[in-house]
Design a protein around this ligand. Structure first.
Ligand code: MN3
Length: 366
């Protein structure tokens, strides 16, 4: 997107977790002011590769958060996966940056704190998650501004889910699925964590919570609908019964571009949706008996407080255990449910409480 619109956007900072090679390659192409790599062990490698340039090199998660203070930054694409993205996103908000939010865990864990801080600091949060970008696009013209608490004309949000690679399978079949099968998503190409979350429907659970905070609606007014073709990216039903939907081929480039170009629309060379190739679009109810992560997410948001944080941390641990072959696929939900029952509950947590909760659950507190 940036590559095609170099006249509109300048890259100030690039950050990476462990992928030093891609960071170096992109730094040489986009010539940012600074780069940061979270993994400090890779500092020397990046520094050496960029030695002959003016690009400043930093390492460590703190330095990523510190870079958010740069006055030359207007918009931050918050795309660090998992809880790890919270601190730098908060720092960007405190520095009045526009946030293009690709990190849903930030909203899941600290939705109330993040949305309040965004309001206080006049830092708009624009969704990058494809479903939330769709909802946002359906809301334009109906009400102004995101994160407003009262969106009067909405009846409900219809959040679509592809159903992932295991749609239609029963628990017996799911007890035997492998990591390789879980990583084969039918429509979207994404990182490991998100792909496994998609297979377990936890991703949709996280998205329900994300939508609640982004659009100021109650979780019960968000209905998940399985739509295997991933063409309708989500919908909004209004009080008069009208439904607006946003459609397109499944690619993350569209929502990323829209978050950057909003309130304008700019050209894109991306393939157009050919309806002849999709003669049938289907919709079905999610199987919440089999895919228990989705009801667990509703339970967490109903409970409130630090419960979504407990759920998220437990899920991140469980997904890693599944990747490492320590637990089976169905045990992801078991693990999450168990932590939700035993981890200490805090009804109105501060940001520091949430960091403590996250650490405790990861540390195996309970
Ligand atoms: Mn999504």
């Amino acid at each position: 997107m940036i590559r095609r619109h170099r006249d509109l956007y300048e890259v100030e900072v690039l950050c990476a977790g462990n992928n030093a090679d891609l960071l170096i390659q992109q730094a040489l192409e986009f010539e940012p002011n600074a780069v940061a790599i979270a993994n400090k062990n890779l500092y020397a490698k990046v520094q050496e590769a960029l030695e002959h340039t003016d690009i400043k090199v930093f390492a460590g998660e703190e330095s990523i958060a510190d870079l958010m203070e740069m006055s030359s930054i207007d918009i931050v694409l918050a795309a660090i996966v998992g809880f790890a993205g919270l601190r730098s996103t908060m720092r960007a908000i405190e520095n009045h940056k526009t946030i293009a939010l690709a990190n849903k865990e930030t909203m899941v864990v600290a939705g109330s704190i993040v949305t309040e801080a965004a309001k206080r600091n006049q830092a708009p949060i624009l969704p990058v998650d494809s479903e939330h970008s769709a909802i946002f696009q359906c809301l334009i013209g109906e009400q102004l501004g995101l994160s407003e608490k009262s969106i009067a004309p909405i009846d409900k949000i219809l959040l679509t889910a592809s159903g992932g690679p295991f749609r239609g399978r029963n628990r017996e079949e799911l007890s035997k699925v492998t990591l390789a099968q879980a990583l084969k998503h039918p429509n979207w190409s994404m990182g490991r964590k998100v792909t496994i979350d998609s297979a377990s429907l936890m991703n949709k659970g996280l998205e329900v919570i994300e939508a609640k905070w982004l659009f100021g609606v109650e979780a019960d007014d968000i209905e998940v609908i399985v739509h295997p073709q991933s063409i309708v990216h989500s919908m909004v039903q209004y009080v008069d019964g009208s439904i607006k939907a946003q459609l397109g081929v499944p690619t993350m480039e569209t929502p990323i571009q829209f978050a950057f170009s909003f309130p304008e629309r700019i050209e894109s060379h991306l393939p157009r949706l050919d309806f002849a190739k999709y003669p049938t679009l289907t919709f079905e109810k999610p199987d919440t008996e089999t895919f228990r992560c989705l009801p667990l997410a509703y339970e967490a948001i109903h409970k409130g407080g630090n419960m979504p944080c407990i759920m998220n941390a437990a899920n991140e641990v469980a997904v890693q255990k599944f990747i490492d072959g320590e637990i089976g696929f169905l045990e992801i939900a078991d693990f999450v449910e168990q932590k939700m029952q035993t981890a200490p509950f805090i009804p109105t947590p501060t940001l520091e409480d949430l960091f403590e909760t996250d650490k405790a659950v990861r540390g195996g507190c309970c």
